[in-house]
Design a protein around this ligand. Sequence first.
Ligand SMILES: [Ca+2]
Ligand SMILES: [Ca+2]
Length: 125
Amino acid sequence: MYRKNLGMHPHEGTVYVVAGHGSGGSVSGIHPLMVAQSNGAGSCVLKINGATLDFYSVLATGEIADSFQIFKGPLSDLNGDGVVNIQDLLAVIGAWGSCSACIEDINTDGTVDVSDILLLIADWG
Ligand SMILES: [Ca+2]
Ligand SMILES: [Ca+2]
């Protein structure tokens, strides 16, 4: 699952996919933005279900060469289950106080406190 860095706003963050599946061939070098590359023939599949996007790089043999998942939901959904409920609230309470780069610090001000609970309550459900 891709979870963007803390401190980024809802419209920030990018995942790049270069989907150039062809008939294979030779490729030399790697683009600086690319973490990995594959020369195998195949296709890319996007499966979108509600707030979840699943990406699969499927080779011609049917083998899944790579995959990732993006969940686009409220930051208050700390466990990524698609709802903001008591489990997320308990996680905030459990991380109460000074907190550096933790997901419970919903407003990313360096402290888990009542401000984060108010944001969580606003996203409840
Ligand atoms: Ca949740
Ligand atoms: Ca906070």
